[in-house]
Design a protein around this ligand. Structure first.
Ligand code: PEP
Ligand code: MN
Length: 293
């Protein structure tokens, strides 16, 4: 007998679609994530200098981004890699919002830093390495800021939904799910992009879903194709690394787009965005609810 998604994910009822809750929208500044607009979040992996951040912010805004990304607290695989500018980075991000009107998303790595990061950021990013840090999730939830939750590197979809459920159950419904690739036996790319997870999450959950093609591939040449796949799979937006000089980036340069490449990626999304039929996914989700709800 076929087990329904509703049954499979029964342990996380708050994140599932229901007849009462088909699609959540997260409001940030003057726009919404999870609504009709496809929202692009773009910027450097790490905040490095004022010049680097401002140049990138102005460029991505002109190209249509709504949110500026940039890490001030960096979870690096090696303790010898650049760990981020900390509070100086947060101040630069806030200055970039002031200058461009872009909203800010930045990672918070520890429970103790939540109040500080929430003071500067519009959206708190929970990184892959922290997805199962439940005390951090609870603190982020209590901040009242929207939370962008990245899928853990070895997290199943059920694990991912369980982490989102923790945030919702701590009183914060403003959660954005981010598929950023998972570890598999394939080592040609940094991670394996799980486009099916996007399609599935859009069907079973009411939460907005975005894709991070940069970390998913680890390779700038592949980022535009993965971004188009994400649109086709039903994603509500993207999180993309962009740097004025990727070869000189202090982190993740190999997967960062330069300004021209970012413009090319954005232009290449246009026909896919025209075909993006929110209603189609929505109806598929409704059918599931009717069948199994
Ligand atoms: C990042 O967004 O720069 C980052 C560290 O991402 P992840 O947590 O997905 O590795
Ligand atoms: Mn990065």
């Amino acid at each position: 007998m076929r087990v329904s998604w509703q049954e499979r994910f029964a342990g996380t009822p708050a994140v599932l679609k229901s007849p009462k809750r088909r699609q959540a929208v997260v409001s940030v500044l003057d726009f919404e994530i999870g609504g009709d607009e496809f929202v692009t979040m773009a910027g450097p992996c790490s905040v490095e200098t004022e010049l680097q951040l401002m140049a990138t912010a102005h460029h991505v805004r002109r190209a249509g981004a709504r949110v500026l990304r940039g890490g001030a607290f960096k979870p690096r695989t090696s303790p010898y890699s650049f760990q981020g500018l900390g509070i100086e980075g947060l101040k630069l991000l806030a200055a970039a919002r002031q200058e461009t009107g872009l909203a800010i998303v930045t990672e918070v790595m520890s429970e103790g830093d939540v109040p500080l990061v929430a003071e500067y950021a519009d959206i708190l990013q929970i990184g892959s390495r922290s997805m199962e840090n439940y005390s951090l999730l609870e603190a982020a939830a209590r901040s009242g800021r929207p939370v962008l939750l990245k899928r853990g590197m070895v997290a199943t979809i059920a694990d991912f939904l369980a982490a989102a459920e923790v945030i919702l159950e701590n009183g914060n419904p403003q959660v954005i799910l981010c598929e950023r690739g998972i570890r598999t036996f394939e080592t040609a790319m940094r991670n394996t992009f799980d486009a099916a997870a996007i399609a599935l999450l859009k069907q079973v959950s009411h939460l907005p879903v975005i894709a991070d093609p940069s970390h998913a591939s680890g390779c700038r040449e592949l980022v535009p194709a993965l971004a188009r796949i994400a649109v086709a799979a039903g994603a509500d937006g993207l999180l993309v690394e962009v740097h004025p000089h990727p070869d000189k980036a202090w982190s993740d340069g190999e997967q960062s787009l330069d300004f021209e490449e970012f413009d090319g990626m954005m232009a290449s999304l246009d026909p896919y965005l025209k075909l993006r039929v929110n209603g189609l996914d929505e109806r598929a989700g409704d059918r599931l609810v009717e069948a199994f709800g």
